[in-house]
Design a protein around this ligand. Structure first.
Ligand code: GLY
Ligand code: MN
Ligand code: MN
Length: 434
């Protein structure tokens, strides 16, 4: 069970993606290396995560592999780690070339030991589309020398951008994984809330969150959880998660597990006391209203940049009313004053990567409209740094962010993380009954 075997629906999706990629490649043979194991020290490695495009195109779960796609013959070939009883004793079973061919829907599979013999044969006289693997990829030397010796030439690697375009649209099968990831994370956020009032340190809240994910079978997080108390919430990618919690603090948790490699990404902010009061309540209420309005705007046709500008203007108006910014919204935006409190974007795509499809070529002049089947986050936040002496003292050191995962549908949107409470009354009731 360590590596489930893909079912027919999964194999059909992998094949369809390879066919779509082949259209873009023309006559050039595509080489797509897998990820490889990164040593942490001596013989201990960092957790292995498969390279997302490789996973998307064939689903093969092992490191040190190579997918070859020939758009002319429409054949796909895998090179995979050879069966090796000694290594399998330590690291677990390998599929080997026979298993790769039998279970992963490719036309042929070879042991990676045979790369030096088989790859030159496949590349003979052909153009090749690839980006040389990183220096410490175990197959780099064999791949690069086969290309250098046999290929007719290299053509620009269109694969990252082409696959990114495909990956923007999630199939029903992918959405099933994303719904499950969002549901598990939502329940884990609630578990964290329930543990929150008794916690003395951030890591105890993180423990409750992770316990809930693991109990539900989600062994991996899509990114390291951010569990930030008080002013730590103003550090956007805070990772220490070890600070003591003070009774009046807000806690910001930005955490999402993954299911079958598909990410969720949820942020909730709540008061350890069980009651939103004073400036924290004001900032939270503003962020919540703006976030709900931002989600309400989402439908096919709206651009992510257009949506970000609308959300930014709403935050600016709210901060103006709270006395944290002055002047008109136009002036605030023109003078870029909002970034003092809102230094990040409102949305990013979500999928196999938490910041998905980042290799999509971006033309700053074009605000590509959202389309049905895309999944993005909506995550406005407000951060008043402790050292911001221009801000009213009562607001300093408060950070709030609220983040949900949104599927764009033909007639609007669906909130995949809707099971995670965010209304003040809901949060207060969960916290107070804990
Ligand atoms: N967790 C990273 C982000 O929200 O973008
Ligand atoms: Mn996010
Ligand atoms: Mn997040």
């Amino acid at each position: 069970m360590a590596h489930p075997i893909p079912d027919a629906a999964a194999l059909a999706e992998f094949a369809g993606r390879r066919a779509a990629l082949s259209e873009a490649a023309g006559e050039a043979i595509l080489l797509v290396p897998s990820a490889y194991v990164h040593l942490r020290n001596v013989d201990t490695s960092f957790p292995f995560f498969q390279e997302s495009d490789f996973r998307y195109l064939c689903g093969f779960p092992e490191p040190d592999s190579l997918l070859v796609i020939d758009p002319l013959t429409r054949q796909s070939i895998l090179f995979v780690p050879p069966k090796d009883p000694e290594r399998e004793l330590w690291d677990g079973l390998r599929f080997g070339s026979a298993g790769a061919k039998e279970f992963f829907g490719v036309d042929a599979a070879f042991d990676s030991d045979d790369l030096g013999k088989e790859l030159p044969r496949l590349l003979q006289g052909r153009s090749v589309m690839y980006t040389p693997p990183p220096a410490d990829h175990p197959l780099k030397a064999a791949i690069d020398s086969a290309v250098a010796a046999q290929a007719k030439g290299l053509v620009p690697d269109l694969r990252p951008a082409t696959v990114a375009r495909l990956r923007r649209f999630k199939s029903p099968r992918e959405l099933g994984f994303m719904r499950r990831a969002a549901a598990i994370s939502a329940a884990a956020h609630v578990a964290a809330m329930r543990a929150g009032r008794k916690a003395t340190h951030e890591y105890q809240i993180e423990a409750a969150y992770c316990f809930s994910c693991l109990q539900a079978g989600a062994r991996h997080q899509a990114y390291d959880a951010i569990v930030a108390t008080g002013a730590n919430a103003c550090c956007l990618h805070y990772q220490d998660n070890n600070a003591p919690i003070a009774p009046g603090d807000l806690i910001l948790i930005d955490a999402g597990c993954e299911v079958e490699g598909y990410a969720s990404d949820i942020t909730r902010t709540w008061p350890v006391s069980g009651r939103f009061t004073g400036p924290a309540r004001e900032l939270y209420s503003l962020c919540l209203q703006v976030q709900k309005d931002a989600i309400a705007r989402l439908r096919p046709g709206i651009g992510m940049r257009q949506a970000h500008i609308a959300t930014s203007r709403d935050l600016a108006e709210g901060l103006r009313q709270l006395g944290l910014l002055s002047g008109s919204v136009d002036e605030i935006m023109e003078k870029k004053q909002l970034s003092r409190f809102y230094p990040h974007g409102t949305s990013h795509h979500l999928g196999l990567d938490v910041h998905d499809v980042y290799r999509l070529p971006r033309d700053p002049k074009i605000d590509a409209p959202l389309e049905a089947g895309m999944v993005i986050t909506v995550e406005p936040g407000l951060y008043v740094q402790s050292h911001d002496l221009l801000a009213p003292a009562a607001f300093r050191g408060i950070g709030v962010r609220i983040e949900d995962d949104i599927l764009i549908t033909a007639d609007g949107h669906e909130i995949l993380s809707a099971a995670c409470p965010k209304e003040i009354a809901e949060l207060e009731s969960i916290l107070q009954e804990s």
